[in-house]
Design a protein around this ligand. Structure first.
Ligand SMILES: Cc1cc2nc3c(=O)[nH]c(=O)nc-3n(C[C@H](O)[C@H](O)[C@H](O)COP(=O)(O)OP(=O)(O)OC[C@H]3O[C@@H](n4cnc5c(N)ncnc54)[C@H](O)[C@@H]3O)c2cc1C
Length: 423
């Protein structure tokens, strides 16, 4: 593939310049100062791109399963910020600090972390480029999450710094919370939901609950207008409908795909309508993270990566395993819980393959909690099996109603899964 400059790459991946200066294991300076073989390989090495839900888990489990394998993790952010629970920052019930975790636990397990972006993958030579330098690998894990299709909404590319998505937890989450807090009573909060597939199917509907809960108590004359590109609520439908009975301030409009935004008139345009906003939260359509698209790991749709359902090896490139939200073709949602499960399965597959052993069958599972108020939550559980080499759903169960006890369980899930990724 053609080589990109760091600046080109940052523009297309939407990652801010300056996030990842400095590097791990004896390296210092920015990518621009890295040339040649950044860290010559002396044994078996796995490079992991992305220290989010999938990548952190994979890095951790490779080291647990076989500490003789060197693991190098590339992640521009110096700290991990959890998307799960970040909707509670918008209602003022959590701080972003309470969702921010250190990579120290992974370092203590011997994972070598470089806080830089991977700028290209070279499958033929088994190298990952970081600016002018490169790292060699035996196997590569790619878990870059999602990037946004700005071009799908007219006016959005130019306004992408001011029209907030808050769909990657971090500074935008805090900015959106501040916008909601400073909105006048009587103001209109507009939230737009893209067509599936997108990261976290129930996430937008949980967010609607949180914002509606906050406005009901603090700005009772305000309302939430939801412009959903889908024909109905796409996850936990009945449970969200029941929860919304407590929020008459929600105006939900199905099959309303946003096609344009105009920040000068504070207006969004759908295929059928124009809607004025005081605060806009536009969640854009999504695709696999830029590095996966540029390395041509995506399928014919140019959006998502198809993988082997047992090993997570790319169907397009040998020795490269893709996990997390960037994948498609498995009957699983794009969730942190699934990314964590994929990280474990890919890790144990890689260790087995490098040691010439049989690969274990590890079907994923998913439990997803959504907070519908300050104290109550709902949940869905999905179970899967592997049949004839493919992941197949066995069953799906929903909690009967919203409750405080499900919310308490959500807290337990959060603690245990964060430890399973990062400790
Ligand atoms: C508001 C919200 C609420 C959610 N709630 C839940 C929930 O309750 N439960 C649940 O299970 N899931 C939830 N999710 C979904 C969950 O956050 C994602 O499914 C999960 O983060 C996917 O993991 P990932 O590893 O694929 O991507 P991420 O966790 O996004 O990690 C990708 C990482 O890759 C890095 N990266 C990208 N490109 C490069 C590159 N070129 N080089 C190096 N690094 C790179 C990024 O900096 C990032 O850290 C929620 C999501 C949102 C937005």
């Amino acid at each position: 593939m053609s080589r990109l400059t760091r600046r080109d790459f940052l523009r297309s991946s939407g990652v801010g310049v300056g996030l990842g200066l400095g590097a791990g294991f004896g390296l210092s300076g920015c990518a621009g100062t890295m040339t040649g073989d950044i860290a010559p390989k002396s044994g078996r090495r796995v490079v992991v791109i992305g220290g989010g839900w999938g990548g952190s888990t994979a890095a951790r489990y490779i080291r647990i399963a076989d500490p003789t394998i060197e693991v190098v993790l590339l992640e521009p952010n110096r700290e991990f910020v959890s998307c799960p629970f970040s909707n509670l920052v918008l209602s003022g019930q959590r701080s972003i600090e309470s969702l921010t975790l250190s990579y120290g636990g992974l370092r203590a397990r011997g994972v070598k972390i470089i806080h830089e972006l991977a700028t290209a993958i070279e499958p033929d030579t088994k190298r990952v480029r970081i600016g002018e330098g490169y790292l060699a690998y035996d196997r590569l894990v790619v878990s870059p999450g999602v990037d946004f299709q700005w071009e799908q909404v007219e006016g959005l590319a130019a306004a992408r710094d001011t029209v907030l998505h808050a769909w990657k937890a971090g500074p935008q989450t805090v900015q959106l919370a501040a916008q909601i807090q400073s909105m006048p009573d009587g103001g209109v909060f507009v939230l737009t939901v893209p067509r599936v597939a997108y990261r976290c199917p129930p996430g937008p509907y949980e967010r609607i609950c949180q914002v509606a809960w906050y406005l009901k108590g603090n700005k009772p004359k305000s309302k939430v207008i939801v412009l959903d590109a889908n024909p109905n609520i796409v996850s936990k439908t009945g449970l969200f409908r029941a929860a919304w009975r407590a929020y008459p301030n929600i105006d939900y409009r199905a099959s309303q795909k946003v096609v344009a935004v105009d920040t000068s008139t504070r207006e969004v345009r759908t295929e059928f309508d124009r809607v004025k906003y005081d605060v806009l939260n536009l969640i854009p359509p999504q695709r696999a993270g830029a590095i996966a698209v540029q390395a041509d790991l995506v399928g014919a749709d140019k959006r998502w990566c198809e993988v082997d359902h047992v090993t997570y090896e790319s169907v397009k490139q040998k020795n490269i395993h893709v996990i997390g939200d960037a994948t498609i073709g498995l009957p699983v949602p794009k969730s942190g819980n699934v990314a964590n499960n994929m990280g474990k399965a890919a890790a144990l597959s890689i260790v087995s393959l490098l040691n010439g052993q049989a690969v274990p069958l590890m079907p994923p599972g998913n439990t997803c909690y959504s907070w519908v108020s300050d104290r109550e939550a709902i949940a869905v559980v999905n179970a899967y099996k592997i049949e004839n080499g493919k992941v197949v759903q066995i069953e799906q169960k929903l909690t009967p109603a919203q409750s405080v006890s499900v919310a308490q369980r959500a807290e337990g899930w959060r603690q245990s899964i964060w430890a399973d990724m990062l400790s």
